[in-house]
Design a protein around this ligand. Structure first.
Ligand SMILES: NC(=O)c1ccc[n+]([C@@H]2O[C@H](COP(=O)([O-])OP(=O)(O)OC[C@H]3O[C@@H](n4cnc5c(N)ncnc54)[C@H](O)[C@@H]3O)[C@@H](O)[C@H]2O)c1
Length: 366
């Protein structure tokens, strides 16, 4: 199969759809990989790295879309790419169709085969192609939170790990899912006192089993949240109710109960955030202050560490890319039910019901 990897052109996106290691696995099997020149530069992989792995480097995005049977990328295609996508071409990427009607209509018109990373789902209901980005964001949340606790950026002026003779900071983690566990682990590693709240007792049992004793768990309810925010230095929002907006666990009025210079990193911002005062920010201006509380609410945190994120993403997408390349999309999806869940649009027809529900469309555009 001919596989194309275009350079990401969405604003602020520095990741790339595949590492040279992934390219090598495909070319070893006899597939042709075409990558747009400098597509991997921001992730730390240059054209020569891809050439050595067996890819052919093409000068323009048009050439990549023109030649490829399957496009592997990171973000959803943006307007400039819509007309480059051809009938029957497989597009394997994050789409998030339900939040983008223009994109959905463009992909329906293109008659391509759209397989969305975010809906690939294994038997236990886990989303294997979303997990690595939550892992990156969870770990980064502590790195960024620790930074924003510094005085020049209006934090409390506190070193999260403390020093001998000075106690460490207190971290409150809302949600014990992928983001929450990775955040708790990083905070614990820095020596902070960590409290993790969740409504799922199994998650709390798991955290309690695997974490050191300075990470404590408590049930998530308003009483406990109000108790902890009064003394927390850093609060991480990592709550998710699948398919729904995040619940607002901290209201604007509750900010007044917090100490000045407390930092909130609301990772759940992409689902609306679990703090009432959350609004999405970018890496250019990641933080803002309300009632003397620092809010860091970057909606694409992994974008700041494209080297790590690109490798983490290729680690999980490559097994599916190999199946699609070896078998074509029909056989690959027949044989792998997780991958089949990723099918969103097939040749002008929506095959993933939540998209129809999101736009209140009755028919599937057959
Ligand atoms: N900002 C970014 O760059 C970025 C990157 C990756 C993920 N995310 C987002 O981070 C959020 C968390 O992702 P995840 O992969 O950790 O999800 P997850 O499903 O693994 O974990 C969510 C946890 O929240 C818990 N929860 C639900 N209601 C709760 C409540 N009232 N109180 C406390 N806990 C509650 C759930 O029981 C679950 O354990 C998602 O919204 C995801 O989209 C953001």
């Amino acid at each position: 199969m001919k596989i194309g990897i275009p350079k990401e052109i969405k604003n602020n996106e520095s990741r790339v759809g595949m590492t040279p290691a992934g390219v090598l696995e495909l070319t070893k099997l006899g597939h042709d990989v075409y990558i747009q020149s400098i597509a991997g530069d921001s992730s730390g992989f240059d054209d020569e790295d891809y050439h050595v792995a067996g890819a052919k480097v093409l000068p323009t995005i048009d050439r990549v879309y023109e030649i490829a049977d399957m496009i592997v990328k990171v973000k959803e295609p943006i307007e400039q790419e819509y007309d480059l996508i051809r009938e029957d071409q497989i597009i394997f990427t994050y789409f998030h169709f339900a939040s983008n009607q223009r994109l959905t209509e463009a992909m329906l018109r293109s008659k391509s085969i759209c397989i969305a990373y975010e809906t690939v789902e294994n038997e236990s209901g886990a989303l294997p192609l979303l997990t690595p980005m939550s892992e990156v964001a969870g770990r980064m949340a502590i790195q960024q939170g620790a930074k924003y606790l510094e005085k020049p950026v209006k934090g409390k002026g506190l070193l999260l790990g403390g020093v001998p003779g000075v106690p460490p900071g207190k971290v409150l983690v809302l949600g014990a899912g992928t983001v929450g566990i990775q955040a708790a682990k990083m905070a614990a590693g820095l020596g902070a006192q960590v409290t993790v709240l969740d409504v799922n007792m199994d998650r709390l049992r798991y955290v309690n089993d695997i974490m050191p004793s300075h990470v404590v768990t408590e049930f998530s309810n308003e009483y406990n949240i109000r108790k902890h925010i009064k003394t927390s230095d850093l609060i991480i929002g990592g709550v998710l109710i699948t398919g729904a907006k995040a619940p607002k666990l901290i209201t604007r009025a509750m900010l007044k109960e917090m100490q000045s210079g407390t930092v909130i990193v609301d990772v759940a911002v992409d689902q609306g955030g679990c703090i009432e005062t959350t609004r999405p920010t970018t890496h250019e201006e990641p933080a803002y202050i309300i009632d003397e509380i620092v809010h860091y609410c970057v909606a694409n945190m992994p974008g700041a560490v494209p080297h790590t994120s690109t490798i983490a993403l290729t680690n999980v997408t490559l097994p599916y890319v190999l199946k699609l390349a070896e078998n074509g999309w029909k056989k690959a999806c027949d044989e792998d039910k997780s991958l089949e869940k990723g099918l969103n649009i097939i040749s002008g027809k929506i095959v993933y019901d939540p998209i129809l529900e999101a736009f209140d469309w009755k028919e599937a555009f057959a």
